[in-house]
Design a binder for this molecule. Structure first.
Ligand code: NAP
Length: 288
């Protein structure tokens, strides 16, 4: 059993912190910027509530975070009220935010200077994956630090793997998002075409999902896409944040991402249609 803190009780962090307590059996102190959520978590899971990241992180073996973007992450880690100011030498910070590889390397250097371990550990699997404790976790960091963190992360992970040095977890998550972007557009076009051709969409997709066109998105999203329902998880705003991270990284490493760049623009159109909080399958709404 470890002493832990969790910073950021959003859609993902709330259930992840819950699994640390109930499945992992760890001591958990939580911090959330909006205190009401931390109070609700403590009422449900019987942990401890802290009023700053520093207070939450003080005296813990592991500190976890799952906040929004690079700047949010800097706000909860750095500065006088940040988690790093409270952490002891030898403790480990694990970041589950989807952020840039740059900020992971920046925080790893800051942590190194303080004798703190740092693992960038973005997740895939969405809200359902977090609630069911079956996330996929892609990590970057030092192998010895990762080896200590992995059994604790196991409370909410189905798969967890070290990809390389600091920033590698974020780079792996970029691959994940690049693979999803083009695929969702392809699925949207397929469903749109089936309808335009006067086919029975259910019959078509149920049949082709048994063949080479099969995908998680096809199995889990085609019905709701066809029905114009877009309230099933990862929001367009978040996806645009992730794709902008991918495109910036590609400008640096020379990778060509023409379809990813195009789909990012399609998501910008969905935002203009009022779909900023719709889930990522809403690409089909542009085609109607
Ligand atoms: P969310 O529901 O919007 O929650 C964000 C959390 O971060 C909230 O607890 C928020 O606090 C906190 N936060 C944001 N900015 C902060 C700041 N400057 N200082 C302190 N706390 C701050 O988001 P989410 O869906 O849980 O996503 C969290 C991260 O996981 C994002 O990087 C996202 O891309 C990634 N992710 C999400 C999914 C998904 O399906 N949702 C899947 C994979 C990865 P408040 O309560 O005060 O706003």
């Amino acid at each position: 059993m470890a002493r832990t803190a969790f910073l950021g009780l959003g859609v993902m962090g709330y259930p992840m912190a819950g699994h640390l307590k109930t499945k992992g059996g760890h001591e958990v102190t939580v911090y959330n910027r909006t205190a009401a959520k931390a109070a609700a978590w403590v009422a449900q899971f019987k942990g401890v509530e802290a009023s700053t990241p520093r207070e939450a992180a003080t005296g813990q073996d592991f500190v976890f975070a799952c906040v929004g973007n690079d700047d949010d992450l800097r706000q909860v880690t750095l500065g006088p009220n940040g988690a790093f100011a409270g952490m002891s030498k030898g403790s480990v910070f694990v970041d589950h935010t989807t952020a840039s590889a740059d900020v992971a390397r920046e925080l790893k250097s800051a942590a190194d200077a303080l004798g703190i371990g740092f693992v960038d550990a973005p997740v895939s699997g969405g809200q359902a994956g977090a609630e069911n404790g079956v996330l996929t976790v892609m990590c970057g960091g030092d192998p010895a630090i990762y080896a200590r963190a992995e059994p604790v992360i196991a409370a909410y992970a189905r798969a967890c793997r070290l990809m390389g040095p600091a920033g590698s977890g974020q780079l792996a998550k970029m691959v994940n998002q690049i693979c999803i972007a083009g695929l969702v557009q392809g699925l949207a076009e397929g469903v749109h075409f089936a309808k335009s051709a006067g086919l029975d969409v259910n019959a078509v997709i149920e049949t082709i999902s048994k063949g080479a066109a099969q995908s998680w998105q096809m199995e889990n999203r085609y019905k709701t896409m066809d029905a114009g329902q877009f309230d099933f998880g990862f929001a367009v705003d978040w996806m645009r944040k992730d794709l902008s991270i991918c495109l910036a990284e590609a400008r640096r490493n020379g990778a060509q991402l023409p379809v990813t760049a195009l789909v990012d623009q399609f998501y910008a159109e969905v935002q203009k249609m009022g779909g900023a909080r719709w889930d990522t399958s809403s690409l089909i709404a542009r085609l109607k």
